[in-house]
Each structure stands twice: as C-alpha cells, then as structure tokens.
Design a protein around this ligand. Structure first.
Ligand SMILES: Nc1ncnc2c1ncn2[C@@H]1O[C@H](COP(=O)(O)OP(=O)(O)OP(=O)(O)O)[C@@H](O)[C@H]1O
Length: 535
C-alpha cells in the first residue's frame, strides 16, 4: 500500500496530540495503524519496548481493521492492545477495584436487571464512572499511564464526557491520536451515549501542542468515488443529485422495494444470494437487534450461512443458560439456576423496557401455564438423568425447542457453538460426567460473558454478516444490503434530519462495490422516504 501525501503527513507529525479528520474510507484507521507501527519500531530501535492502545466503541470494527492491518503492524502486532472503552474499564475494575471496596466485581447484563430488577453488582453504565474513580487514585493513575506510549481513539467524535475523561487519564504520558469524522456522529441518539461532535474536536484542539490534519475526500474504499458521492448527496438530502443518478446507472446503488412485510425474508435471501454468487462479501444492516435475530433465523431456514455481529445480550444469556444446564447435569447447579438463566435469555431476546411475560413465568415470578411447567420439569429431569456431558450438551442444545422458546433461535445456536468450543472435544467426547466437574470451564465462560458485555466479541469474518444499523461504523464489506422497514423508528427529527442523515451516510459508505437499499412495506418514515422513492 502506498500512502498518500496527506496520509504521510500524519506519519511525519510529532505533535503530542493529533486530531485526524476525514470522510468515510479516507484511510484514517489504516494510517493510524502505520503510525502505531512506526512509533513502536522506532522505540524498539532505541532499545525501548513500548506499547500502544487502540480504543474504540466496538471491537468488532477495530478488530476487523486491525486484522486487515496485520501486515502493517507486522511483528509489533502483539504490542498493540485493541479494546473497547467498557472492556478497558472492566479490566481496571477487576485489577484495582479492591481499592474502592469492589473486590469481586460481578457484571449484570441489562436483561438480568430487567427480569430481576436487581441493583446488586455492576451494570454496564457503572463501568466507566467506576474506572474514573479508580484513576483518581494517584498511584493507580501513574501505573496505568505508564503502560502505553501511544493511545489511538477511533470514532473520537462520538466520545461522551466520561469516555473523554478516561482517554485523558489513560494518555497522561502518551501521545494521543484521535480519529474522527463529524459526518459519522451517530451515537448521539442512543441512550447512555450522547456523542458530542464539534465540541469534542474543539476540546482536543485545546490540548497542549495539538494539531489537526484533515484527509482529503479521496475514498480508498471505493476509489471510483461513486458510492461516497451518492452517500454525500443522501446525507445532504439532495435526492435528485446527479451523484445518485450516476450510482444507480453504474449499478453501484440499487433501491429495491418489497411491498409485503411478509416478503422480507425472501427478498433479503434473494439479494444475499445474488451478491454471494458474484463472490462478494455481504453485510446486511437492519434496524433492531430482535429483528436481526429474526432475520438470522430466516436466513438459516433458507440455508444461507452467515454470522451475526454484535448480538451480545442474547448470545451471552444463551451461553450462560446452556452452561447452567450442564452444571445441573453435573450436580453443580439447581433447577432454579437453570430457570433463572433461561428467563434472562428470554428477556435478552426481546426489546422493550419491561420483562416479557414468558420470562417472568419461567423465572417463577408470574403464574405459569401447566404446559410450560411440564416442559420445564421434564427438562430438569432429563438433565438430572444425563449420564455424559455429551448427552447433557445435546439436551441443552435442543432445550430451545423443548421449552418452546420463540425468539432468538440463532443466538441459542451460536451460544451452543461457543460452549462446545469452550469445553473442547476432549471433555465433550469423554465417557460419563467429568469427575472434576465443570469448574475448569467456569473461568472461560465468565470471560466470554465479560467479552460479550463489553463489546469485545469481534465475531468471525463470515462472508455474510448481519448487524444492527449502529454497529456498522468502521466496517467494510464488498456489498451492503441496507434493510429499511416501514415499521423502523428513527426518532422525531424533521428536515434536514441532522442526526438521521449521518446514520444514512455511515450505512451508505460501508461498501466497496455495491449498496442495495431494500425497503419493506409502506409508508416509510420521513428520514428514508425520499430514498425509498428511488426504487
Ligand atoms: N493509501 C492507501 N492505498 C490503498 N488503500 C488504502 C489506502 N489507505 C487506506 N486504504 C484502504 O481503504 C479502506 C478504508 O480505509 P480505512 O478503513 O482506514 O478508512 P477510514 O477513514 O478509517 O474509514 P471509515 O471512517 O469509513 O471507517 C481500507 O480497505 C484500507 O485498507
């Protein structure tokens, strides 16, 4: 890869704080990877073994880029820690929490809190504030700040005040590289994550010695610039722009409409198959986590191999529920532990602030129909009777159907695959139940739990990937299918849709070769109606 002159200017800069701005695909992350390599290599030549930290919101994005950057980092890859804000906060809490009386921290998922209303333990939103309190302790701050000589922050425009305070504390002794694009400030509408946009850039520019480099509008993702130009027009709400016409004529943008809501699955499957047949990797971007899960079930039914990126709660909850079933078989857990875990899974697979009635029934917090009680009792009985771990594993894998669960079948299956990886073929294939019990797997399961809850699970690189609209940042695919339903909700904005249009811009700039906008049902919400009208 030959870096452009403006990318080289980033490598040549010695500023202690470097703000790198640039549109989608201009190479911010790639150039940062080069800078990391250059920094570590030059320290190494001087006999210093330095480390770099690469912080992002979701590791899925950063990991994808870093895996593509493997060649760039070369032998220095193992000195680069790629992590999320929440995972880093968790690490600090597990290491130093005792100082504030948090000796054995337990992290509860939102679904767990939803069903049981517990206020014990830590929730997701407690992590960064607690980490900040730890970093107020001078000895801890000093120790932590000595770890990295370079800190890179991806999607820096979206850092809220807590993230920013964390970045400042971590980089007290490090060079800071902040990558951003104000047109991709999309987390503003999400709860707990009000990004700040321009004010954050202004704050960064006040850091001592800070300089700003803006990369020109050259997309290395789509060097023809046809897709980015259309994305710019869509962001600017200029739906009659020649750039959109050009993209449509070049068949790099296609808008397809399916009027029947019931036709969604068939329409997605057909689009995915057409793109896969052309040898393209495909990203399917759809609005909500639960609709993503449903879509995944539909793709499975149609035999389309794929992977869900970022379904943290449901996969995590399914993993723990199946693990609890194995523990029951090994007499390391009670039937109630299994019910509790299954209830959390049911809650995690459904959206909404209230726990689903079925979750409450399974947890024993609401009266159960007799049929459900029978199925749950039978499950506990067969698990008790299982004579090998393999048999128990099969019962746990089938429990989704045996209990009659209705949402999140893919999450249940993914969790089964994760669990079998964690246990390994030797343990799963052995005769009888493991004499030493399952304690050896406990740590791995707990780590998996934390990884999922802190967004560290990067997912594999399957050729077809499904993800929520807000998980698309930083990702790159050959072809993107942007699924827009008449029922999707984008907030109450009115024209010119300042936040929603940024979300559309992110979605429209992920593809190297082609973006298909698939609209389902009518009428579409105002944000996407003019786009749907291009069908
Ligand atoms: N100088 C270059 N020559 C060739 N390819 C490049 C160059 N710079 C970046 N790329 C490639 O362009 C693509 C986009 O780069 P990258 O992901 O770093 O951009 P970005 O600015 O971080 O994008 P986004 O903001 O959309 O996440 C990647 O596939 C990367 O490998």
């Amino acid at each position: 890869m030959i870096l452009t002159a403006s990318q080289r200017a980033i490598l040549d800069s010695t500023a202690p704080a470097l703000v790198v701005l640039g549109g989608a695909g201009t190479g911010k992350t790639t150039t940062a990877a080069h800078l990391v390599r250059q920094t570590l290599e030059s320290a190494s030549r001087d006999g210093r073994r330095e480390r770099a930290l690469f912080l992002s919101f979701s590791r899925a994005a950063a990991a994808q880029i870093m895996s593509r950057s493997g060649d760039i980092l070369g032998p220095f890859a193992d000195r680069v820690e790629v992590t999320t804000f929440h995972a880093l906060a968790w690490r600090l809490i597990t290491r130093w929490g005792g100082v504030l009386g948090v000796d054995d921290p337990v992290l509860f998922s939102p679904a767990e809190r939803k069903v049981f209303g517990t206020s014990e333990g830590l929730g997701y939103s407690d992590l960064i504030p607690l980490a900040l309190r730890l970093l107020d302790v001078p000895a801890i701050k000093e120790h932590v700040a000595a770890r990295w000589s370079l800190v890179v922050v991806d999607e820096f425009q979206d850092t809220n005040d807590e993230h920013w305070a964390l970045v400042r504390a971590l980089s007290a002794n490090a060079r800071l590289v902040l990558l951003g694009d104000l047109d991709q400030c999309i987390y503003k509408v999400l709860p707990d994550n009000p990004g700040v946009g321009p004010q954050r850039v202004a704050a960064a520019m006040k850091l001592k010695g800070a300089i700003k480099i803006t990369l020109p509008d050259v997309s290395h993702r789509d060097p023809s610039y046809i897709i980015p130009a259309a994305a710019n027009a869509i962001r600017d709400r200029d739906f009659t722009s020649p750039a959109i016409r050009t993209a449509l004529e070049a068949n790099m943008l296609e808008v397809v409409h399916e009027s029947a809501v019931s036709g969604e699955a068939a329409a997605v499957v057909s689009q995915v198959n057409q793109l896969v047949e052309q040898g393209l990797s495909v990203g399917v971007f759809s609005h909500h986590i639960d609709s993503t899960a449903q879509l995944s079930d539909d793709l499975n039914a149609a035999g389309v191999a794929h992977e869900i990126v970022g379904l943290p709660d449901a996969v995590d909850a399914a993993l723990r529920a199946q693990y609890a079933m194995l523990q029951l078989a090994c007499e390391e857990a009670e039937a109630n532990d299994v019910l509790r875990a299954v209830a959390i899974f049911v809650a995690s697979a459904e959206r909404g602030a209230d726990p689903p009635a079925r979750a409450l029934m399974i947890a024993g917090l609401a009266p159960r129909p007799e049929s459900l009680t029978k199925r749950l009792d039978k499950l506990a009985r067969v698990l008790h009777r299982a004579t090998s771990l393999k048999a128990a594993f099969e019962i746990a894998s089938d429990a989704y159907d045996a209990i009659g669960l209705q949402r999140g079948a893919s999450a249940w299956r993914s969790a089964g695959r994760l669990l079998s990886n964690v246990l390994g073929p030797r343990v799963l294939g052995a005769e009888g139940l493991p004499p030493g019990g399952l304690s050896h797997a406990r740590e791995a399961i707990d780590q998996q739990h934390i990884a999922l809850l802190t967004n560290v699970a990067a997912g594999q690189q399957a050729p077809v990937q499904l993800m929520g609209l807000y998980q698309t940042k930083g990702r790159e695919v050959d072809a993107a299918i942007v699924l827009l339903r008449s029922s999707d909700w984008y907030g109450r904005e009115s024209e010119p849709m300042p936040d929603g249009s940024k979300l559309l811009y992110v979605l429209m700039t992920r593809a190297r070769k082609k973006t298909v906008v698939l609209t389902i049902g009518r009428p579409m919400k105002p944000l996407v109606a003019p786009l749907a009208a291009l069908a």
